[in-house]
Write a protein that binds this ligand. Structure first.
Ligand code: PLP
Length: 450
């Protein structure tokens, strides 16, 4: 190949870009990021941006350039960076497993480590299936129930549980045994039901689906405690409590996928805590290491782990000592600085400010959020909650970027999900940028007044 000097041209020549249209990257160029400190990143042209979306993936929960995490990783890496897997352990790995046992809800006490969210989901599903067989409770169970609009990852098994075509080989049949039920979406739902009525309908649907599939064949149900599709979907406590009740009634493992919610995103160590339920299996990744190292984990209970006589599974980098050192440092910082409680309080402040400044704008349909995770959901008609013009949502996010504030378009909504170090000033600046962008952009689209 002809090798070029320009970084953007090199990226286009030698990198594969996921999710996005290749033509779009070729036309607009990749987004070059040069450096970062705190919540500010500097792009390839030297322009600063306030990152209110945690590196778009919602992973970078402690901002950029954190020396304490970097030092913890360095110290561990030069001592023992990676020792192997299976029954080989290192001190940071075991320390992390112990911390997770302490921090996760209920009886969760056994950890299996992986390199990211999709692997965590794959491992969780295998724990559920091998438990059903190993315990002798459901020797033939292989079915998993997931939900419409779910995102659980892009590897084959996780992708089958996912409901985004953006990560699927569309002609492929997906992993057999997966079925999907309605998800408790806020603000608008396909049947025009009131929100609580719809949440109840979605929870009760699970029972019907288990009966339809055959309870003896259903190994697990998986769900994100707060869903990302169309922006920060927060169901009611009653929804999750009913789901827990149904799973227990039919011996279906409840897998809570905390990959995006974990470690403070919702102002709790785990979003599950808001709903007062105990999962059988829980996945986590992203903010586990605040984006400083690729790592995920699956937690389960002693009873479930002990019922699996021989876990038929492995990943080369499971329990990587350098990654575990990063996670331990992240947990120590979040505890010491009280960042989880602060995130909850910041969320209350930010929600009130967003509602105060944006509610009356004609294109704004709903504003919701918790902790450091909020969404402004758009509409082209406030009365009917009609869908917004998708180009408008993207244009508002782009306008905010031009104002120096990075946020994320998520379907009909725009999300704000900054690191836990975001200050009230950062939130205030975001509200102002939101208002300026919506007013500037929405006038170009026909929107029915309330
Ligand atoms: N599960 C959830 C809830 C997620 O949000 C994601 C990623 O966004 C994943 C799983 C997949 O994680 P990864 O991209 O690290 O494989």
């Amino acid at each position: 190949p002809v090798l070029k000097n320009d970084l953007a041209a090199q990226a286009i020549d030698h990198c594969i870009f996921p999710i996005i249209d290749a033509a779009e990257v070729k036309r607009d160029g990749p987004a070059i990021v040069a450096s970062g400190t705190g919540l500010t990143i500097i792009d390839g042209a030297g322009k600063p941006h306030l990152d209110m979306i945690s590196a778009y993936t919602r992973a970078n929960s402690l901002g950029y350039g954190n020396q304490e995490i970097a030092r913890a990783m360095y110290d561990q890496m030069v001592k023992m960076h990676y020792a192997g897997t299976v029954s080989i352990v290192t001190e940071p790995m075991v320390q992390l497993a112990r911390s997770l046992a302490e921090l996760t809800p209920g009886k969760l006490s056994r950890a299996f480590f992986v390199s990211g969210g999709s692997e965590a989901v794959e491992s969780a599903v295998k724990i559920a299936k091998q438990y059903q067989v190993g315990s002798g409770k459901k020797p033939h169970a292989y079915k998993i129930i997931s939900r419409w609009n779910a995102y659980h990852g892009a590897t084959a098994g996780a992708m089958a549980l996912t409901n985004h075509l953006s990560v699927a080989n569309t002609p492929d049949p997906a992993m057999p045994g997966v079925s999907k039920i309605p998800n408790p979406s806020c603000y608008r739902n396909p049947f025009g039901m009131a929100e609580d009525e719809y949440f109840e309908f979605c929870a009760n649907y699970l029972e019907q689906q288990i009966l339809h599939e055959g309870p003896e064949l259903v190994a697990a149900f998986i769900g994100e405690p707060v869903m990302q599709a169309n922006g920060t979907q927060i169901p009611s406590k009653a929804y999750w409590q009913r789901v827990r009740e149904i799973c227990s009634k039919y011996g279906v493992m409840l897998i809570i996928d905390e990959v995006i919610c974990c470690f403070g995103r919702t102002g709790a160590w785990f979003a599950t805590e808001h709903f007062g339920i105990e999962p059988d299996i829980m996945t986590m990744a992203k903010a586990l290491t605040a984006g400083y190292a690729p790592m995920g984990a699956v937690m389960t209970t002693e009873a479930i782990a002990d019922a699996i006589p021989h876990f038929r599974h492995v990943h080369t980098f499971s329990g990587h000592a350098g990654c575990a050192a990063a996670a331990n440092a992240v947990i120590a910082i979040k505890k010491r600085e009280g960042l989880i409680d602060k995130a909850y309080d910041n969320g209350v402040y930010f929600l009130a400010a967003l509602k105060d400044k944006l509610t009356d704008l004609p294109s704004v349909g709903d504003i919701r959020g918790i902790g450091h995770w909020h969404a402004v959901d758009f509409t082209s008609n406030k009365k009917t909650k009609a869908l917004p013009e998708p180009r408008m949502v993207k244009a508002i996010a782009d306008k905010m970027k031009s104002l120096g504030v990075l946020v994320g378009a998520a379907g009909t909504a725009i999300e704000v999900a900054p690191g836990l170090i975001a200050t009230r000033e950062d939130f205030d600046r975001t509200v102002d940028a939101f208002k300026e962008a919506i007013v500037a952009i929405a006038k170009d689209y026909e929107i029915a007044a309330a």
